[in-house]
Write a protein that binds this ligand. Structure first.
Ligand code: DGL
Length: 357
């Protein structure tokens, strides 16, 4: 027969084991910070039938987190409302402020991963910017939604759950800034919003990096371009970004937009060219004149989805001292051109950045 003393000590030992296990489970859970900036993922519509008519940037971050209790099984999560805006209204000052906050958080030992909720309209630009300027191996994951949380079959909750799962996974480290949308994990460098009204809106011309399903990540590729800890750009040394304008190529083109952008102070012009970054004969003289005045000319293309602008093909870039954006679309080219101009005014050096990042 067991003595009372032995029984008590056995119970105490078992209790100690249970407590240690729960402390370990608590300690083992990753620490993830969610920075909220607004967008549809924080949107609200008048009725459940409003999947495309709603007001963005309404729901605060704590309510977003409270609406997905399953997140607590993935990580210890804390929320921070950085902005509450629709992302089409992001300015370079917003980008710089967000980059500084992400970089500061990434240095904290009690932060294992960072999720940024963001409007989808300019999410790709923010993701590329952070990919270039935040020197961390820790997962930084941007996420949005195409439908507000009030809509039937809203996509925001699962997207946010998947983003926290990705930010919690050590396998996500060192892959650069990531974007999680519609079960897919994309590189912040390549991804773009390719469709304006479907949940499968985000695509990369080079494919996604992987998937996240039921809280687990599945990887199939890794980025090859320079990013984060491998980048020459660092948010801590960037006080401001030079103005860079984008002008769209089409038939019946004129040089009016390019001249106006330069006159307003643009230090570089991104040409969203037809085809392989072609430039209308009506526009070439103005771009050559602006180049001679020190404005950088970068040939991107309105055609995206799986190719790149070839140097010296549609235009004699060596002779004109112009730059090609390689595979970057115009909105991403704007980000890299602005960062490049914080370090150089030499077009050949700018071209090197476009080939390496
Ligand atoms: N106003 C758009 C934005 O904040 C809504 C699009 C979205 O977030 O999905 O980007």
């Amino acid at each position: 027969m067991l003595t009372k003393t032995f029984t008590r000590s056995l119970a105490a030992s078992l209790l100690g084991l249970v407590l240690a296990a729960s402390v370990h489970a608590q300690q083992a859970k990753p620490q993830v910070t969610i920075l909220a900036t607004g967008g549809t993922i924080a949107g609200a519509g008048a009725s459940a039938a409003n999947s495309a008519t709603y007001q963005a940037a309404k729901v605060p971050v704590d309510k977003l987190i409270a609406g997905i209790p399953e997140i607590g099984k993935l990580a210890d999560v804390r929320g921070e409302q950085v902005f509450q805006i629709a992302s089409e209204s992001f300015t370079d000052e917003h980008l710089l402020a967000l980059g500084r906050r992400v970089a500061a958080l990434a240095k904290q030992p009690d932060v294992d991963g960072i999720v940024i909720t963001h409007g989808t309209d300019t999410l790709e630009e923010t993701a590329f910017f952070l990919n270039l300027v935040v020197p961390t191996e820790k997962p930084v994951v941007l996420v949005g939604s195409m439908r507000p949380g009030t809509a039937l079959s809203a996509d925001g909750a699962l997207n946010l759950y998947n983003a926290v799962a990705t930010a919690s996974d050590r396998a996500s480290r060192g892959k650069g800034v990531l974007v999680v949308m519609n079960d897919e994990i994309f590189s912040g460098r390549d991804v773009t919003k390719a469709i304006n009204i479907r949940t499968e809106a985000f695509k990369s011309p080079w494919g996604s990096l992987g998937m996240v399903v039921e809280g687990r990540t599945y990887w199939f590729r890794a980025p090859v371009k320079r990013h984060t800890v491998g980048s020459e750009f660092n948010i801590e040394t960037i006080k401001s970004l030079p103005a860079v304008g984008i002008a769209y190529g089409s038939g019946n083109a004129t040089d009016v937009a390019y001249k106006a952008l330069a006159a307003s102070g643009a230090k570089a012009l991104i040409h969203a060219g037809t085809g392989n970054g072609s430039v209308s004969a009506q526009v070439v003289p103005a771009l050559r004149e602006l180049r001679s005045q020190g404005v950088q000319i970068v040939r991107s293309a309105r055609v995206t989805g799986g190719g790149f602008v070839l140097r010296n093909a549609e235009q004699p870039d060596d002779q004109y001292d112009w730059v090609v954006a390689h595979d970057l679309n115009p909105q991403k080219a704007r980000i890299l051109a602005a960062l490049a101009l914080t370090r150089t005014t030499d077009a050949r050096e700018v071209q090197r950045y476009f080939m390496e990042y």
